[in-house]
Design a protein around this ligand. Structure first.
Ligand code: FCB
Length: 439
C-alpha cells in the first residue's frame, strides 16, 4: 500500500529527529500467567464477557524478544510496556528478585535493538493483597504505591528514564466504580470513584517526586484516556448537557486536579486543596481512540440516565461482546491535544488504534492519524512521539481475545505470528517520515 505524497514538501522536516515511533503494550495483556492480580480473579469469576482466558497471552514473560525482533524489523524505535506489580511484590513488602531480573533483561533486550523503553508503573492491575485492602479507595494506597515505585526505580532506573505512573486513571475509576465493567465491578459508586481518582492523583504525585529524587534525567507523566463526546441528538438540550457533563467529568477530572490542585468533582465542594499534586508532570501522555454519542436514557438509573452509542454508518472497528467499541475518528486527535495544551508540556500519543481482526479500517486509521500528527507538528505543537496500540494481538481486558488490536496477528494456540498489512504500512510511514533512516 502506498502512502500519500505531499508534492514540493520536505517530508523529513516535519517530524523531529528523535520522534518516538512506537507501539504500546501492558504486562497483563502480553506476559501470560499473571495469577496474582485482581484481573485474574475477575477472569476466574467468569467476568470476561467472551469467557476467554489470558493463558500464555503473547508469552512475553518467557519470550518477549521475538516480538522485539519484529518491532525492530518494522523500524519501531520506542516501546511502551508496563511492569506487573503482583509479580514484583507478590506479598506486602516482599520483593521477587527473579521478576525484577526478568524486567532488566526485557529492558536490555529493547535497548540492544535500539528501541527506547517507556515503562508504565500501573496499567490497571493490582496485586490481590492490595485489592483486598481496598485498592486505591484506601488512603494507605498512596504510600504503598510509593514504596513500589521506589523499588522499581532502584532495580530498573539505569535502563529507562521515560516513565508513565498510571495508565488511564479515568478509565480505571469510571469502569471499576461507576459502570461496573472492570474490577471491582461497582456500579454507580459516584463518590467512591471520586475518592479513587483523588488517591490516584496523590499516588501519581508521590511517584513523580520519588522518581525525580532518584533519577536526574527522568521524564514522567501519566496516560490520559480521551474520548470525543457528541450529543446523540444535537437538537436536544438534555443530550447536549449530558454530553458536555460526561466530557468534563471523564476527560478532565484527573488532569484538572493535577493542573489546579483542587479535588476532583464532586469532592472539590468539600475538601481542602491538594496542592501537593500540582505541577507533577514532565509531559502529557494521551491515549486516544474514538468518538461516542452521549444521550439521555430514562431507563438507566445506575449510569445516571445516560447512554453511549455509535451510529452504525460511522467507521468503527470490530464490535465488543455487548457494546460497540467506538467510532474510529482520527480527526478527534486534535481535540485531545488542544484540550491539554494549557499544561504547556511536550505531548506523547501513548496509545491509539482500533480492534480490527481483518485490517478493514486500520490502514486508513494509521494514515489519517499520521496525517493529523503531521498537521499538528507543522503548526508548532510540541509532539514527541506516537505509540500504536498494539504490536501483537493481546488480551483485551473484559472483552478477551475477540478484539484484535495488533499490527501483527497472533494465533493463541500455536503462538504463531503473521504481519497484517498495516504492520508494513506503519513501517513505511515510519521510514517515510523519519529523519534518521538508518533502519
Ligand atoms: C486502552 C487500554 C489498553 C488497551 C486499549 C485497547 O484503554 O489502556 O490497555 O486495552 O485500550
Amino acid at each position: 500500500m502506498d502512502t500519500h505524497s505531499w508534492p514540493g514538501e520536505n517530508l523529513n522536516s516535519t517530524f523531529p529527529a528523535d520522534f518516538a515511533w512506537g507501539v504500546a503494550t501492558s504486562a497483563h495483556q502480553v506476559e501470560g500467567e499473571n495469577f496474582n492480580n485482581q484481573w485474574h480473579a475477575w477472569e476466574r469469576n467468569g467476568r470476561i464477557k467472551s469467557r476467554d482466558s489470558v493463558g500464555l497471552a503473547c508469552d512475553w514473560w518467557k519470550n518477549a524478544e521475538q516480538d522485539f525482533d519484529l518491532a525492530k524489523s518494522l523500524g519501531i524505535n520506542a516501546l511502551r510496556l508496563s511492569v506487573e506489580w503482583s509479580r514484583i511484590e507478590p506479598s506486602p513488602g516482599q520483593w521477587d528478585h527473579a521478576a525484577l531480573a526478568r524486567y532488566r533483561d526485557i529492558l536490555k533486550a529493547l535497548r540492544d535493538r535500539g528501541i527506547r523503553p517507556f515503562v508504565t508503573l500501573h496499567h490497571f492491575t493490582n496485586p490481590l493483597w492490595f485489592e483486598s485492602k481496598g485498592g486505591f479507595a484506601a488512603a494507605e494506597s498512596v504510600a504503598v504505591f510509593q514504596r513500589f515505585t521506589r523499588r522499581v526505580l532502584a532495580a530498573l532506573g539505569d535502563l529507562c528514564s521515560d516513565w508513565t505512573t498510571f495508565n488511564e486513571p479515568n478509565v480505571y475509576s469510571a469502569l471499576g466504580y461507576f459502570l461496573g465493567e472492570f474490577p471491582p465491578g461497582e456500579r454507580g459508586s459516584f463518590l467512591k470513584a471520586a475518592r479513587v481518582t483523588e488517591n490516584l492523583c496523590r499516588a501519581h504525585a508521590a511517584a513523580y517526586r520519588t522518581i525525580h529524587a532518584l533519577q536526574a534525567n527522568a521524564n514522567v507523566g501519566w496516560a490520559q484516556h480521551f474520548v470525543v463526546f457528541k450529543p446523540t441528538r444535537p437538537e436536544s438540550a438534555i443530550d447536549r448537557w449530558i454530553s458536555a457533563f460526561i466530557d468534563r467529568r471523564f476527560n478532565n477530572n484527573f488532569a484538572e486536579t493535577i493542573e489546579t490542585g483542587r479535588s476532583p468533582f464532586p469532592l472539590n465542594h468539600f475538601r481542602r486543596h491538594l496542592d501537593e499534586v500540582k505541577d507533577t508532570c514532565d509531559y502529557i501522555g494521551i491515549n486516544y481512540y474514538s468518538r461516542l454519542r452521549a444521550g439521555f436514557a430514562p431507563r438507566s438509573p445506575k449510569t445516571l440516565f445516560f447512554q453511549l452509542t455509535v451510529p452504525s454508518h460511522k467507521p468503527q472497528g470490530d464490535h465488543g461482546v455487548e457494546i460497540p467499541y467506538g467510532e474510529a475518528y482520527p480527526d478527534g486527535l486534535r481535540r485531545a491535544v488542544e484540550r491539554f495544551k494549557s499544561f504547556k508540556k511536550p505531548i506523547y500519543i501513548l496509545e491509539n488504534g482500533v480492534p480490527d481482526r481483518n485490517d478493514r479500517i486500520r490502514p486508513w486509521l494509521l494514515e489519517s492519524t499520521v496525517e493529523q500528527l503531521r498537521g499538528l507538528l507543522a503548526e508548532g505543537t510540541d509532539l514527541r512521539g506516537y505509540f500504536h496500540w498494539t504490536l501483537t494481538d493481546n488480551f483485551e481486558w473484559n472483552e478477551g481475545w475477540h478484539l484484535r488490536f495488533g499490527l501483527i496477528e497472533l494465533d493463541t494456540k500455536t503462538q504463531e505470528r503473521k504481519m497484517r498489512p498495516s504492520a508494513q504500512l506503519y513501517s513505511q510511514l515510519i521510514h517515510r517520515f523519519s529523519r534518521n533512516r538508518t533502519h
